[in-house]
Design a protein around this ligand. Structure first.
Ligand SMILES: *[C@@H]1O[C@H](CO)[C@@H](O)[C@H](O)[C@H]1NC(C)=O
Ligand SMILES: *[C@@H]1O[C@H](CO)[C@@H](O)[C@H](O)[C@H]1NC(C)=O
Ligand SMILES: *[C@@H]1O[C@H](CO)[C@@H](O)[C@H](O)[C@H]1NC(C)=O
Ligand SMILES: *[C@@H]1O[C@H](CO)[C@@H](O)[C@H](O)[C@H]1NC(C)=O
Ligand SMILES: *[C@@H]1O[C@H](CO)[C@@H](O)[C@H](O)[C@H]1NC(C)=O
Length: 160
């Protein structure tokens, strides 16, 4: 009993300190294509007026959609642009305590796409952490689902 009392108290103190000090943030890389826009080489230079203006337009336009969707959303920062028409690359930061999955992150952009006129969003081009997200299901996830179905049907048939 003496040992139980001794160990319980310090453990509780440590937990409280950890949760009240600094918030740990996790970022997810998201990309999408602006199919109807023209790429210019100054978008490669993060000090150029074109880069700064476009980066701030994306941040200003997209952050409210993410803030409304996830209480743990913290910020969106444009990382780079590349040619084709314009590929937009950005990091989304979330409190590490609750990071939404890649499908959920991509779907916010896909459903916001038709409401955004400030720049073009090709809803079939959205990818998060390197996995394409389209219409609610990411390809990596649908592969896992397919594998589960195969396994399930194999289990069911093998039991007969
Ligand atoms: C555990 O703590 C309680 C409350 O402080 C005390 O009454 C009890 O005697 C303690 N138990 C032991 C075994 O020290
Ligand atoms: C990037 O843009 C800044 C501001 O316009 C300019 O001063 C700088 O020379 C550019 N750098 C390159 C490598 O073009
Ligand atoms: C992703 O998150 C959404 C929303 O929380 C949830 O409905 C969905 O089942 C999750 N998908 C996976 C594969 O975890
Ligand atoms: C898009 O706009 C419509 C009409 O204003 C609104 O009902 C809908 O909720 C908006 N969608 C998003 C994702 O904001
Ligand atoms: C991000 O992608 C890497 C490499 O494919 C993978 O190992 C990691 O689990 C992914 N993270 C998430 C949260 O999807």
């Amino acid at each position: 009993n003496a040992t139980t009392n001794a160990t319980t108290t310090p453990a509780a103190t440590t937990t409280t300190t950890a949760t009240t000090t600094t918030e740990v943030v996790t970022s997810r890389r998201m990309s999408f294509r602006s199919a109807t826009e023209t790429f210019t080489n100054d978008l490669l230079n993060s000090s150029s007026t074109s880069f700064i203006n476009r980066a701030s337009l994306l941040k200003k336009t997209l952050e409210p959609f993410y803030r409304n969707s996830f209480s743990t959303f913290r910020s969106l920062n444009v990382v780079s642009f590349s040619s084709g028409s314009i590929i937009n690359n950005m990091d989304l930061n979330f409190a590490s305590s609750s990071v939404p999955n890649n499908t959920a992150i991509g779907n916010v952009l896909i459903s916001a796409a038709s409401n955004i006129t400030a720049f073009n969003i090709d809803p079939t081009s959205v990818s998060v952490n390197g996995t394409q997200v389209s219409g609610g299901v990411s390809h990596k996830i649908s592969l896992i689902t397919a594998s589960c179905l195969v396994l399930l049907s194999w289990l069911l048939t093998s039991q007969q």
